[in-house]
Design a binder for this molecule. Structure first.
Ligand SMILES: Cc1ncc(COP(=O)(O)O)c(C=O)c1O
Length: 368
């Protein structure tokens, strides 16, 4: 769909928060930010309409959004989102990691959910605008960041089932503490055989709220079994690995090959893509193909599969120690994190925090 706002005319109207958090309040928050609980002083928003395209870019005080009760998103879930982080480097500068990849994924999600595509430059500019007013919210302790949450939804008040003609795009941000307080801790995960996350031709590859809503009950079953996350299989044969509720999965073979599911119903993670590129740079073979649950089970039993990890923006890389299912278990809860898992995680976070040369040109500065 058309972008009627030319790239050179991205003038965001800025309204400063009348009572932003005091420096004292902010330093207390940043000492222990948790995740997704506290939000910065401002938010960014743009409108889209069928006739006007993208328009009215704004930065305004963070606060409730007024919505008509008939807004289509509340009824038909026409909504998409992204998640990425702003990192503070040692010199105080603020950076994001591959934001253009998040922009491209938001565009793919938009196409699937019949929403308008937000151009990449406008996406990156929306992040810069938020950092320009709320940069002081980016923490500087090790492994902390400011989590950025761009999202788009159908705002039109209309109960007919068709793509909305009025859409809103927002960016909000929330400081995030270290995911693991003392190094990446291996987790146990639950294999769901009762529920699927996505079906053939469905919305699995889009980052859309409904995928997460439908995963919640399976995630609850995982918690009930003492597991941190749920692993989904394909919905047709119930045999091929898909992904976790919010992370992709990678197996490491004894010969150093990394194997990850190739499926058109999983979310293509930017962390996974980056980790696999770093592994390839080191000379590891990478296979993106169908991976069966038996390959995992038998591989761990025979020693052919030596490490398994999950990856995504929030935790970066999480070692998987144990896979639990109704009638079997693979691995053991006290298994240590794999060596390659840990060293790839270290390399990626070193790039993100500016401690290592960014040879791939993945980092984009947000505060200049
Ligand atoms: C379902 C799902 N799969 C995979 C990922 C990993 O994607 P990324 O590495 O881009 O964060 C996410 C988000 O973190 C997700 O929600």
């Amino acid at each position: 769909m058309d972008n009627l706002l030319a790239p050179t005319t991205h003038t965001f109207a800025v309204t400063q928060h009348p009572t932003p958090r005091t420096e004292d309040d902010l330093s207390t928050i940043l000492e222990s930010p948790g995740f997704g609980e506290v939000f910065t002083d401002h938010m960014v928003d743009l409108c889209w309409s069928e006739r006007g395209g993208w328009h009215r870019p704004r930065v305004q005080p963070y606060g409730p959004i007024e919505l008509d009760p008939a807004a289509a998103v509340l009824h038909y879930a026409q909504e998409i989102f992204e998640g990425l982080k702003a990192y503070r480097h040692a010199d105080g500068s603020i950076w994001s990691f591959r934001p253009e990849a998040n922009a491209a994924r938001l565009q793919r999600s938009a196409r699937r959910m019949a929403l308008p595509e937000l151009p990449t430059d406008l996406f990156v500019e929306s992040l810069r605008q938020l950092i320009a007013v709320d940069g002081r919210w980016v923490p500087n302790a090790p492994e902390t960041s400011l989590y950025l949450r761009p999202f788009m939804f159908a705002k039109e008040a209309f109960l007919g089932v068709r793509p909305a003609k009025k859409v809103a795009y927002y960016v909000i941000a929330s400081p995030a503490g270290p995911y693991f307080k003392s190094g990446p801790a291996p987790v146990s995960i639950w294999l769901s055989t009762e529920y699927s996350r996505a079906g053939r031709g469905g919305t699995g590859a889009a980052k859309t709220g409904g995928n997460y809503a439908s995963s919640l009950v399976a995630q609850q079953v995982a918690y009930d079994h003492g597991c941190a996350q749920v692993l989904f299989l394909d919905s047709v044969e119930g045999r091929w690995l898909e992904e976790l509720g919010g992370m992709n999965v990678v197996l490491v073979k004894a010969d150093g090959t990394l194997v990850t599911p190739d499926s058109d119903s999983i979310l293509e993670g930017i962390t996974r893509d980056s980790i696999l590129r770093l592994a390839e740079d080191r000379g590891h073979r990478v296979e993106r193909r169908r991976v069966s649950i038996d390959e995992w089970r038998e591989g761990v039993a025979s020693g052919e599969v030596t490490e398994v990890f999950a990856c995504g923006t929030a935790a970066v890389v999480t070692p998987i120690a144990l896979l639990k299912a109704e009638d079997f278990e693979v691995g053991s809860a006290d298994a240590p994190a794999g060596e390659l898992t840990l060293s790839l995680r270290q390399e990626l976070t070193d790039i993100q925090y500016g401690r290592r040369e960014d040879v791939h040109g993945w980092m984009t500065r947000l505060d200049s």
